[in-house]
Design a binder for this molecule. Structure first.
Ligand SMILES: Cc1ncc(COP(=O)(O)O)c(C=O)c1O
Length: 343
């Protein structure tokens, strides 16, 4: 049975959180002399809303999730770190990951002194069946499923995610940083029926706001309450909150860009498949493509020498490079350069 108290680290359970000035105040104030701010208006002389109400309402409207089931972090990397701090006991809990996957889960686990258990993806980067890993995922802690997965672009079905969550005693974190590029359904649909689920999304990818640092965690109210309790009081700055609301309320351009990137992903995949020296191009539901090359290290170096930077993933997956889908012009230049290298 799911019990938030038994999953929360003891020192966090017992913590009296810092209470910020703006948090205790709601209503119409005319004179603010509580937070030692400079009284002269600079547009930014006041501390930001610690709970980002307007931003959460905009996300809640768009994603069909209650605002009190949302946590906003300084990028989703902050949410990942806070999940470790709140729900993992060093030396006791474990972090389960399915490599090859996003590197921050292991880095964050190590920073927090949590043992990492690696359960490799199977052929074609599929998740192992629950039955085959049941005995290995017995500790509490965090189990990360990245879908679409970075760097493979693979998406995992909701039935499998649900089964995994029901078979695990800790929290299952589904990282959907790239979900807006995918045609598959978001795990947000599982939130109501899955108390130990956390869904991460970000405004860094499809929303075009990597520079703002806005990451989203959606979960039960109880889980969100714990994250709010331990976050730095003003973790999301005023400018980021305002710009985030503006972009969310006018999402036409973003939707057009997503469509364009999806079309380009298809074109780029075909072009790569027709390029000498490319052995295999994996299908992708994200804004990048993983491809296997005859001579990956050489191709990576040659592209780099011509000012084209892609991601070398050869240490994770033999002979593989990861290429972000760019504008039509950027993709064309990449393909022309690749063809010249492999001529
Ligand atoms: C799978 C995945 N999750 C999270 C992030 C980080 O997102 P943010 O910019 O919100 O910290 C990335 C960034 O590359 C990513 O690939």
């Amino acid at each position: 049975m799911f019990n938030i108290d038994t999953l929360t680290r003891k020192n966090i359970r017992e913590l009296t959180p810092y209470s910020s000035a703006r948090e205790e105040f709601s209503g119409q104030a005319t004179v603010l002399l509580d937070a030692n701010e400079n009284p002269y208006d600079t547009d930014l002389n006041r501390y930001p809303d610690p709970f980002q109400k307007e931003l959460k309402n905009a996300i809640a409207d768009l994603k069909n999730v209650a605002a009190d089931q949302l946590f906003i972090g300084n990028g989703s990397d902050e949410a990942i770190d806070l999940l470790f701090r709140a729900f993992c006991e060093p030396k006791n809990s474990k972090a389960y990951i399915f490599p090859p996957t996003y590197g921050m889960y292991a880095v964050s686990a190590q920073i927090n002194d949590i043992e990492i258990v690696r359960l490799p993806l199977r052929e074609n980067f599929q998740l192992p069946a629950l039955a085959t890993i049941k005995n290995e995922i017995k500790s509490t802690g965090l189990l990360f499923i990245c879908s679409p997965n970075n760097p493979t672009g693979t998406v995992y079905g909701l039935a499998q995610i649900k089964e995994m969550a029901d078979g695990f005693y800790g929290l299952v974190v589904v990282d959907e940083a790239y979900i807006d590029f995918s045609s598959s359904e978001s795990a947000l649909a599982l939130l109501d029926s899955t108390p130990n689920l956390v869904v991460l999304q970000t405004m860094s990818k499809a929303w075009g706001l990597a520079g703002l640092r806005l990451g989203i965690a959606a979960a039960s109210k109880e889980i969100i309450k714990v994250l709010n309790k331990i976050k730095p009081p003003y973790n999301v700055n005023t400018l980021s909150q305002a710009k985030g609301v503006e972009v969310l309320r006018n999402d036409d351009l973003v939707q057009q860009q997503i469509k364009q990137i999806q079309d380009q992903r298809k074109a780029l995949r075909r072009a790569l498949q027709a390029t000498k020296g490319v052995r295999k191009v994996y299908p992708s539901e994200a804004n990048f493509i993983l491809a296997e090359f005859d001579q990956a290290a050489m191709v990576f170096r040659e592209l780099q020498s011509k000012g084209i930077i892609i991601r070398n993933r050869t240490r994770l997956i033999k002979n593989c490079l990861r290429i972000t889908v760019g504008t039509p012009q950027q993709n064309k230049l990449l393909i022309t350069t690749l063809k010249n290298i492999s001529r």
